[in-house]
Design a binder for this molecule. Structure first.
Ligand SMILES: [Fe+2]
Length: 138
């Protein structure tokens, strides 16, 4: 495992959303570095707070644009967003909350989720939104 380097293949094509995705990857990298240095538990709380804010702001942003441009996959996409929100709540309620192990578990989960989500699920709306509104819709 290593830090995630942003690559152009991660781009959805919608600049504002890509910038938000970059921000999330930066946070995952911060968690990675902390876990690597065995300081995961120190940043775990911060990361979860960030994730809760992110899942509200960024997911709403994506969903608003999908709705505005009548993207047909909106309902399915929303469902996937809710799964992440539930998973974060579940992690917060875990008995080993605040431990190094949980920080590691969160890191592994987030890396997998984000790469899969950005590379596959978000790409699907990318081309659609770009063809309707262009790259610079906000
Ligand atoms: Fe998404």
């Amino acid at each position: 495992m290593a830090v995630i380097e942003w690559k152009s293949v991660y781009e959805t094509g919608i600049v504002a959303l890509d910038n938000e995705h970059r921000g999330l990857i930066q946070e995952i990298n911060r968690l990675y570095e902390a876990v690597r240095d065995k300081k995961g538990e120190a940043v775990l709380g911060d990361i979860l707070v960030m994730l809760e804010g992110y899942t509200v702001d960024h997911f709403q942003h994506e969903e608003r644009l999908m709705a505005e441009y009548h993207y047909p996959g909106l309902a399915d996409h929303q469902k996937i967003h809710h799964e992440l929100i539930d998973r974060i709540q579940e992690l917060k309620g875990k008995e080993n909350f605040g431990t190094e192990d949980l920080a590691k578990e969160l890191l592994t989960f987030l890396r997998g989720w984000v790469l899969e989500h950005i590379l596959k699920i978000d790409k699907e709306y990318g081309a659609f939104l770009e063809s309707r509104g262009g790259r610079f819709i906000e």
